[in-house]
Design a protein around this ligand. Structure first.
Ligand SMILES: [Ca+2]
Ligand SMILES: [Ca+2]
Ligand SMILES: [Ca+2]
Length: 869
């Protein structure tokens, strides 16, 4: 390994001894070495050097450098969560360190595959092999500590492919929100990090462009065959980022090339600041070296995070705050609960010992129990010199927690409607040009697929009539995802049937496609939402013959749409007789209509039948015509599949925790009271519960939902399974300090937590002697702020402090939509949980979706029933 003489004056000799010292450091007692270190260098700063820890990343207090601990393996390409990454004083500020092919790579630009990753403790080095298959291009990167930072070396065994000359470079990306309102120096020349992208760009012919995902393009060039190339904000040899801020100060030196600073937001609102050096052409060996030094504040410790429910607590429930501590922090003995008096004074209500829970991920956890305090009022917690914001204890803290989700968030998700709220129009009536038959053999960028047949009477790209009605935008994008409509309908119908949710704060007029928020119209909002979801699913079955996977825009340059949904297509039906961008006022020659992905599967047929059977019950006295259409469509799907495997693709396999016809059989039984469905349901349920004990089946929630409709023997038989279920959920309290199932890869796990709490609500309702109410509140507390990383409520607008920066349709404005529920925490391997509140664009952390939000409506109403007991 080549030794570079550094600015700090370390000689080659001392650099060697320094490496040896680090090797010893990882193996010996820390205290002994700290002393040794102190004597050897007479300044503490060398003790802040990075070492390769047992978890496989470089670490010193305040700075962690991950080298491909996380890889680009998610569904959605570059999710800004892989490569060389920096956790800087507790904040993940940098990602994407890799050989990249663009100045400012977008989500769908090519990412390298990791073909090799070695962690070598002996040399304190992590080395990587990266490959771009599309260009038959291999590179290697090694990262090793040097001085107070790391040395990053790019190595080529073969010169760059000619096509990538001047294009392949080493990039490292920095999250803009950590550098807003801060400055930089490049070779001594000062600059301000732009709050809004305004750097220069140029246009090049598309023949020069490095390809994007699947040959698609994110850019709508309006037929000009060109693309945009961002130009650097600044360039030089040494870049000092935020030297005024010790927490985010980073020094980067290119030892044998120029550094360029780019603003990725020129091309994509979710772009980052990018530091880049171009790799030299026709060279091999160590072709590029960077010295990277994130400043480390000596002996830095993360400020403790005091986690509690931002919604507050019912007087009768347990009240336990969790305190998240840096692993180097010394726990304090006590914490205090204060009450705020009507005079605005703070009164100490309880000072109590905190208990030590232990270690989870990278932190230590304490618990502060203030269950004994039951007086209604305004409170806050103090731990050390830190006080939390205020929260409530009161009998009605839960009474309105779901109203924004049903009365604001859901209306804004309504497809094919204009949605208005007071002076603000959220969006016009979009996608009136729905939909075209998707062509064959397509792998769509949002996960949809078409095989070799359409499974319909329509030819590829032929218009399917009748689909421009009902449905919701599934998430922060604008597709109709049928599987999520199914779970959403089931959740909303369950909430209607169990709790008669009769909120009326939304005006819905289907004939004129108009929705008005905060405007009662004499009709329960929940029925209007059930009607809206059912309208699209029924239309699918009536016009196509069966449900479809989903309906979505065909072009990548449409898909990343930020703005009014009505402009994602031209809202005019496609007319092949016109030229692209040409219109006769009624149709257009632009091929932008959404596609229906029509591959038929038994699983989807059955589950849609279940959802429509449920909807038919809820709508019976509200919209009899639609209720009848729902039931007709449901029984048709059942009849066409039951004992007739030849009709559909049966390869979907069992879904929804059991055989694919188990839940639909139950829903159809409730809708028709026909015993044949009940027989089938019971035939499938017990074996599924049996399998669930080995983790393969499911159905405990469904079984609990069924209790009230079955005989006493059913309940008696179920009891054993509930006892075994209790064993499973009690294990969560050993896994983490919150006692809930935390899953955090790919997509945050709030859906699992809410599902856990709903299951426990039913279990408590029928088996209170086995499952107590606290198993429900635990899930609620977690969603409302008693969770790792921060103490924000995951439901926007609910609780004193909640998610205000999220991945809704308005994410480009760094804001939220009230009542939306985000997925929550993502785990960055090996030990860093994250839910960013200053950067909306991480979908796995911050994207509202209809199924989680509808689950939340059910759970909130369930908790209101629970507190009345
Ligand atoms: Ca989607
Ligand atoms: Ca209404
Ligand atoms: Ca169109």
């Amino acid at each position: 390994m080549r030794i570079i003489k550094s600015d700090s004056g370390l000689t080659e000799m001392s650099f060697h001894s320094f490496n040896i010292l680090q090797r010893i450091f990882t193996k010996s007692l820390k205290t002994v070495l700290m002393t040794f270190c102190f004597i050897l260098f007479s300044t503490w700063s060398y003790c802040q050097t990075l070492h390769l820890n047992d978890l496989g990343y470089f670490e010193t207090p305040g700075v962690n450098i991950f080298v491909y601990s996380n890889q680009y393996t998610g569904m959605f390409n570059d999710e800004k969560n892989a490569g060389i990454e920096i956790i800087h004083h507790g904040v993940r500020t940098s990602t994407g360190g890799a050989v990249r092919l663009q100045n400012t790579p977008e989500q769908w630009d090519l990412v390298p595959t990791v073909v090799d990753r070695k962690i070598d403790k002996a040399t304190n080095t992590i080395s990587l092999g990266l490959r771009y298959n599309d260009y038959d291009f291999d590179s290697k990167i090694s990262v090793t500590p040097k001085d107070n930072g790391v040395l990053i070396t790019v190595i080529l065994d073969k010169p760059l492919p000619e096509k990538l000359e001047g294009r392949a470079g080493f990039n490292l990306e920095f999250i803009p929100s950590s550098y807003f309102r801060k400055t930089y120096l490049i070779d001594g020349k000062p600059g301000v990090f732009p709050l809004y992208p305004a750097s220069t760009t140029k246009v090049e012919p598309v023949s020069m462009k490095v390809k994007q995902y699947n040959g698609q393009t994110t850019f709508d060039d309006r037929g000009k065959n060109e693309y945009i190339v961002p130009m650097p904000l600044a360039s030089g040899k040494t870049l000092l980022m935020a030297p005024e801020d010790p927490e985010q100060f980073v020094k980067i030196q290119a030892l044998d090339a120029d550094l360029m600073l780019y603003d990725g937001r020129d091309l994509a609102q979710n772009g980052w600041f990018i530091v880049r050096s171009i790799l030299p052409s026709k060279k091999t060996g160590n072709v590029l070296q960077w010295y990277l030094e994130p400043n480390a504040i000596p002996d830095w410790k993360r400020t403790p995070v005091i986690q509690f429910s931002q919604v507050g607590y019912h007087p009768g429930q347990e009240k336990v705050a969790v305190i998240e501590l840096d692993k180097n922090d010394t726990p304090l003995q006590k914490a205090t609960l204060y009450q705020v008096t009507p005079e605005g004074k703070y009164v100490e209500k309880l000072t109590a010992n905190v208990s030590q829970w232990g270690k989870y991920t990278r932190y230590n956890y304490l618990k502060f129990d203030f269950t004994s305090i039951k007086d209604p009022g305004i409170y806050f917690i103090k731990y050390g010199d830190q006080s939390t914001n205020t929260f409530l204890i009161g009998k009605d803290v839960y009474s309105k927690i779901w109203q924004a989700t049903l009365g604001i968030w859901f209306p804004i998700q309504m497809d094919h409607m204009t949605v208005n709220e007071a002076y603000r129009t959220w969006h016009g009536a979009p996608f009136l040009d729905d939909a075209l038959q998707a062509p064959l053999n397509i792998q769509h960028f949002d996960g949809y697929r078409m095989g070799a047949v359409t499974d319909t009477k329509y030819k590829p790209l032929e218009r399917i009539p009748g689909l421009n009605v009902g449905g919701w935008f599934d998430a922060g994008d604008y597709d109709i995802l049928t599987s999520h409509h199914i779970t959403t309908l089931l959740n909303l119908v369950d909430a209607w049937e169990k709790f008669k949710v009769d909120l009326d704060e939304t005006f819905v007029d289907q004939p004129t496609r108009y929705v008005d928020i905060h405007r009662p119209d004499g009709k329960p909002d929940i029925l209007q939402q059930i009607e809206h979801g059912a309208l699209n699913l029924v239309a699918q079955i009536e016009n196509i013959g069966h449900p479809v996977m989903g309906i979505i825009v065909p072009n990548l340059h449409q898909y990343h749409h930020l703005g009014d949904a009505i402009t994602e297509t031209d809202n005019l039906t496609y007319n092949p007789n016109l030229k692209p961008y040409e219109s006769d006022g009624k149709s257009s020659g632009t091929l932008d209509d959404r596609w229906a992905f029509t591959t038929r599967s038994a699983n989807l047929d059955y589950s849609t039948a279940g959802a429509l059977a449920a909807a038919s019950r809820a709508l019976k006295d509200y919209n009899k015509t639609l209720s009848d259409r729902c039931l007709a469509a449901a029984t048709k799907m059942w009849d066409e599949n039951f004992n007739k495997p030849q009709n559909t693709n049966q390869q979907g396999g069992p879904g929804f925790g059991g055989s694919s016809d188990m839940s639909p059989a139950f829903q159809l039984y409730l809708a028709t009271k026909d015993e044949k469905y009940k027989t089938r349901f019971l035939e499938l349920l017990w074996p599924s519960l049996e399998r669930s004990l080995s983790g393969r089946g499911g159905g405990i929630l469904l079984a609990l939902q069924a209790v009230q409709y079955m005989d006493n023997d059913f309940k008696t038989k179920l009891k054993d399974y509930v006892i075994k279920y209790k064993g499973t959920i009690d294990a969560y309290a050993k896994d983490n300090p919150y006692g809930v199932p935390i899953t955090s890869r790919g997509w945050g796990g709030n859906a699992g937590v809410i599902n856990f709490a709903i299951t426990n609500f039913y279990a408590n309702k029928y088996f209170p002697e086995i499952i107590g109410p606290e198993y429900v509140y635990k899930g609620m507390n977690y969603i409302f702020g008693c969770h790792p990383y921060s103490n924000l409520s995951f439901v926007s607008g609910i609780g004193t402090h909640s998610k205000e920066v999220t991945y809704g349709s308005n994410r480009a404005d760094f804001t939220f939509i009230a009542g939306g529920v985000v997925p929550g925490l993502l785990l960055f391997q090996p030990d860093f949980l994250e839910n960013k509140e200053d950067w909306p664009f991480f979908w796995g952390e911050n994207e509202y979706v209809i199924d989680i939000s509808s689950q939340y409506i059910f759970l909130s109403n369930a908790v209101n029933e629970l507190v009345k007991k």
